[in-house]
Design a protein around this ligand. Structure first.
Ligand code: PLP
Length: 393
């Protein structure tokens, strides 16, 4: 069967591929430690489950407005005000089927054929594919490891052409865990204003930060930046609700209206009871969020120390999200492998540790480790990685 051109070049997610391979080995009886997970290992907090369950039994099981319920939009509106001091009208908010769908819909309404979006590399795997699905062109800019994988204003300026429509800022970042500071954001924002480029601010890891560097959205820094920014966020990572599929976008009214129109003809509303659950997530206690953050923070400190003590591994210390993105080029060379991908495959086969190769994130010398598993497992994983590197010298 001949398929449409638009899906011919779609690459499957590298994150999912390694998870599938790890699962296969596990089913064959092997003790596999999976460091590929893109989701917290915590259950959704109980008060959220109860709200969804009640909604279901109360009969809240019908269509809702395509762009989300007024009640959830109000909860998001209060969250934006409380956490970030930002005021948005309800018609500047759309609820989507996860943050991924918010991004997908945004690129669909924003891009014409060949329009360019600047994607700092390393990047989250879905950005380029989503841009291409909207017939746009991802323009990759290598954010240097020596600059903590952060895009500089000069790099941004140099990448801009008359076709540039937007730049993606993902802070804290997947896969690197790094965060932009206020001054760095301001400098990037000025370049965007000068060239009238939209800032797509993916803030899905906002709540998972581990240092005194606070999460800041460019939109907070001035009303001009706010006008120029669409914020993407959701409850998936913050409230351990990946399966519920609730995300949102806030920003320019015309963009949000177009996104809602598109949703009305494609997905219709996000699941009704999941919307009630997300409302409970924002309106209820935030204690489970802080508890999870504390656990992640401890894991980060320990895993970082264990990893950088292994010869051949270097790592920029993350400030947020739940990933480490070490450079393993030296280890790979020491071990006689040609590529990081081959090294990762051998590590999985021999030591049963699943990492995600950096190639899928636009960083072929790195690997991504998720610390959304227990400390005991993380310690064992570090031990096995060390043994693997030593055995291959
Ligand atoms: N943005 C980034 C950077 C992510 O890492 C993810 C999920 O892995 C998403 C967006 C999508 O989140 P959701 O599960 O809400 O669609």
């Amino acid at each position: 069967m001949e398929l449409a051109n638009r899906v011919q070049t779609l690459t499957p997610s590298s994150t999912l591929a390694i998870t599938a391979k790890a699962k296969e080995l596990r089913q064959a009886g092997h003790d596999v430690i999976g460091l590929g997970a893109g989701e917290p290992d915590y259950n959704t907090p109980k008060h959220i489950l109860e709200a969804a369950s009640k909604a279901m039994y109360d009969g809240f099981t019908k269509y809702t407005p395509a762009g989300g319920t007024v009640e959830l939009k109000q909860a998001i509106q209060s969250k934006m005000k409380q956490d970030q001091g930002l005021d948005y009208d309800l018609d500047q908010i759309i609820v989507t089927i996860g943050a991924k769908h918010a991004l997908y819909t945004l690129f669909q309404v924003l891009l014409n054929k060949e329009d360019e979006v600047i994607v700092p590399a390393p990047y989250w795997v879905s950005y380029p594919e989503q841009i291409k699905l909207a017939e746009g062109k991802p323009v990759f800019v290598d954010a240097q490891e020596k600059n903590e994988f952060k895009l500089t204003p000069e790099q941004l300026e140099n990448a801009i052409t008359e076709k540039t429509r937007a730049v993606i800022i993902n802070s804290p970042s997947n896969p690197t865990g790094v965060m932009y500071e206020k001054e760095e954001l301001e400098a990037l924002g000025k370049v965007c204003l000068k060239h009238n480029i939209l800032i797509v601010s993916d803030e899905i890891y906002e709540k998972l930060t581990y240092t005194s560097t606070e999460h800041i959205s460019l939109a907070e820094l001035s009303s001009a930046f706010k006008e120029q920014t669409v914020i993407i966020n959701g409850v998936s990572k913050s409230h351990s609700m990946t399966g519920w599929r609730i995300g949102y976008a806030v920003g320019n009214k015309a963009i949000i209206k177009a996104m809602s129109n598109l949703a009305s003809h494609s997905t219709s509303n996000p699941t009704s009871i999941a919307q009630v659950a997300a409302q409970a997530a924002y309106n209820g206690s935030q204690q489970p969020v802080s508890d999870m953050r504390e656990a992640f923070s401890e894991r980060l400190e320990k895993l970082y120390e264990w990893l950088v003590a292994i010869p051949g591994i270097e790592c920029v210390k993350p400030k947020g999200a739940f990933y480490l993105f070490p450079n393993v080029k030296k280890a790979v060379e020491m071990n006689g492998f040609d590529t990081v991908d081959e090294w990762v495959t051998a590590l999985l086969e021999e030591e049963k540790v699943a990492l995600v190769p950096g190639s899928g994130f636009g960083a072929p010398n790195n690997v991504r480790l998720s610390y959304a598993i227990s400390l005991e497992q993380l310690e064992e994983a570090a031990r096995r990685i060390k043994r693997f590197i030593e055995n291959h010298q």
